[in-house]
Design a protein around this ligand. Structure first.
Ligand SMILES: *[C@@H]1O[C@H](CO)[C@@H](O)[C@H](O)[C@H]1NC(C)=O
Ligand SMILES: *[C@@H]1O[C@H](CO)[C@@H](O)[C@H](O)[C@H]1NC(C)=O
Ligand SMILES: *[C@@H]1O[C@H](CO)[C@@H](O)[C@H](O)[C@H]1NC(C)=O
Ligand SMILES: *[C@@H]1O[C@H](CO)[C@@H](O)[C@H](O)[C@H]1NC(C)=O
Ligand SMILES: *[C@@H]1O[C@H](CO)[C@@H](O)[C@H](O)[C@H]1NC(C)=O
Ligand SMILES: *[C@@H]1O[C@H](CO)[C@@H](O)[C@H](O)[C@H]1NC(C)=O
Length: 479
């Protein structure tokens, strides 16, 4: 078999000029076809003629009877193009386990596992045999109508559009709008890029259950912009595709298998970048002291309006103001969360040691506080009994971002739901309830928390005399 002509196509049109790797691959495939053909013929003379290269590529013989290699390669590429198979992005066979185990998103592909890191898929990679990821469809209501396939760069499906650079593809069971869910979906990308040369994406592609989403919520948008600059959320506006990605990173388990250290590092980076962007130029506030040399403790009561606001905000404010005033060095502040811009949220949290707030998305900002800062959380009546695991979201976030969740208060008073046996109906009844107060309990609780925080600050102050790495220098953030 003669292959010495393989450089020849490169002297012809650019289209025919293929990379060396590619040629080697096809020479290999071509040899296989020939070897297979010859062997089959020798071993079994009844071998079906349609499997012979002559039958597969009858058009590839020259008049002299030799193989025209350029033609054979083109024919092979054509076959590879046509064999690219698109599968539905959302696989209904896995609808029962969509949140656990095997996700329904790209169900035929196995995650790459690295110890203590989030499961992910990367294309092209060894796991994808060098193939790129392609997507087709842009349905926003039915994930089974969108599909994915793998293809080699040299044989992308007909009329595919190649999107250059690195693409971050996120599928979440929840959404990219809510602060808590948004940061849970984004954290593994942040961590991956820290581990991979601080690489930035050229675009995001967002999915929920395989349904395309055109934007992330504005809070998450800000957070990501601070980390990666202006990055478009791909809407596939040139039609249904297929679109293939030069490089793609897919995350579909939110924080998934990320270990404690990895989560802390991701949130450390998010804190560092946000503080820097918002003009708060300390990585860590460290110990601030009053004129008597005793540590200052900043206590912030973070309020909500409407659902889950306090029934009597004045009373609650008075209780905590008094509790704070009883501790030397404690400084009290009340902040209305809805009135804060993104950077105001970052700044309020950066300056607080203790944040007391009703359950709600505003608490997601907790990771902008110094590590080891404290959270106190309040729930309306009915949550403890009917809200399920989700009510512990801020306990988990505190754990992930290195904060101390100092407990929650579940209001026991208020209207009973009409049908206490119906969990879901009851949850909806109580979901937007307001939070009452218990003066005795709140006073004792605040006293205990402030005492512990003070004690920790005193201990830390003796340990850390010189605090020279606090300033937010250009090198401070890991990326
Ligand atoms: C092989 O095929 C190419 C493209 O079809 C053609 O340009 C070329 O002349 C052929 N070469 C030979 C030796 O027949
Ligand atoms: C994915 O993993 C399962 C279980 O380990 C294995 O049976 C299957 O062949 C793998 N699939 C691919 C495409 O690698
Ligand atoms: C709210 O609490 C304040 C202070 O404890 C009290 O004076 C006021 O009457 C209460 N308001 C309502 C509507 O109960
Ligand atoms: C957080 O507090 C613990 C003790 O509760 C201490 O060991 C640790 O060093 C603190 N971490 C930071 C970052 O200050
Ligand atoms: C989070 O919780 C786990 C298990 O309860 C614990 O081992 C870990 O130390 C916690 N991490 C932080 C930062 O508090
Ligand atoms: C308020 O809290 C105190 C202290 O925990 C408790 O003894 C008391 O029963 C509570 N009052 C109400 C009305 O729940």
């Amino acid at each position: 078999m003669k292959m010495e002509e393989h450089e020849k196509p490169c002297t012809q049109t650019k289209k025919e000029c293929r990379s060396i790797t590619f040629l080697i691959l096809f020479q290999f495939l071509f040899s296989l076809v020939i070897v297979f053909y010859v062997q089959s013929f020798t071993l079994d003379s009844s071998f079906h003629p349609s499997s012979s290269p002559k039958a597969i590529f009858p058009q590839c013989k020259t008049e002299a009877g030799a193989w025209n290699q350029t033609k054979v390669i083109d024919a092979l590429v054509d076959k590879l193009k046509q064999s690219v198979t698109f599968l539905p992005l959302k696989d209904l066979r896995f609808s029962e386990s969509a949140m656990t185990g095997n996700t329904w998103f790209m169900s035929s592909l196995n995650d790459t596992l690295e110890e203590n890191e989030a499961e992910h898929l990367y294309f092209p990679s060894e796991a994808s045999q060098g193939r790129l990821l392609c997507l087709k469809g842009r349905d926003t209501r039915d994930g089974t109508k969108n599909s994915y396939a793998l293809a080699w760069k040299e044989s992308l499906p007909e009329s595919a559009i190649l999107l250059e650079g690195l693409t971050f593809i996120s599928d979440t069971y929840f959404n990219h709008d809510n602060l808590w869910h948004g940061v849970s979906a984004a954290a593994p990308f942040v961590r991956w890029s820290m581990k991979n040369g601080c690489s930035r994406p050229s675009r995001w592609v967002l999915f929920h259950w395989g349904e395309l989403r055109h934007k992330m919520g504005s809070w998450l948008g800000h957070l990501m912009q601070i980390n990666y600059g202006d990055v478009k959320v791909e809407g596939f506006d040139k039609g249904d595709g297929p679109y293939c990605f030069e490089k793609a990173l897919v995350m579909r388990h939110d924080t998934g298998a990320m270990g404690a250290e990895s989560k802390l590092k991701a949130f450390d980076l998010l804190r560092c970048k946000a503080r820097k962007f918002c003009g708060f130029n300390q990585v860590r506030r460290g110990i601030e002291v009053n004129e008597r040399g005793l540590p200052l403790i900043k206590f912030t009561l973070l309020m909500r309006r409407g659902s889950r606001s306090f029934k009597n905000a004045t009373a609650v404010r008075e209780i905590f103001a008094k509790a704070c005033a009883a501790v030397e060095g404690c400084q009290f502040d009340v902040v209305q969360s809805e009135d804060l811009s993104f950077c105001d949220q970052v700044l309020v949290m950066s300056k607080s040691d203790v944040v007391a707030s009703p359950h709600g998305a505003q608490l997601t900002n907790m990771f902008f506080m110094d590590r080891n800062s404290s959270i106190m959380e309040f729930f309306p009546k009915g949550w403890l009994e009917h809200a399920g695991m989700g009510q512990y979201a801020h306990h988990w976030l505190a754990n992930m971002s290195g904060m101390k969740h100092r407990g929650a208060w579940w209001d026991q008073n208020g209207q009973e739901c009409p049908n206490p046996k119906d969990e879901l109906q009851c949850f909806f009844f109580h979901k937007d309830g307001q939070v009452g107060h218990n003066k005795t309990y709140f006073t004792e609780w605040a006293k205990k928390v402030l005492h512990e925080v003070r004690q920790e600050k005193l201990e830390e102050a003796t340990k850390r005399q010189v605090d020279d790495d606090r300033q937010l220098t250009t090198k401070a953030c890991a990326c």
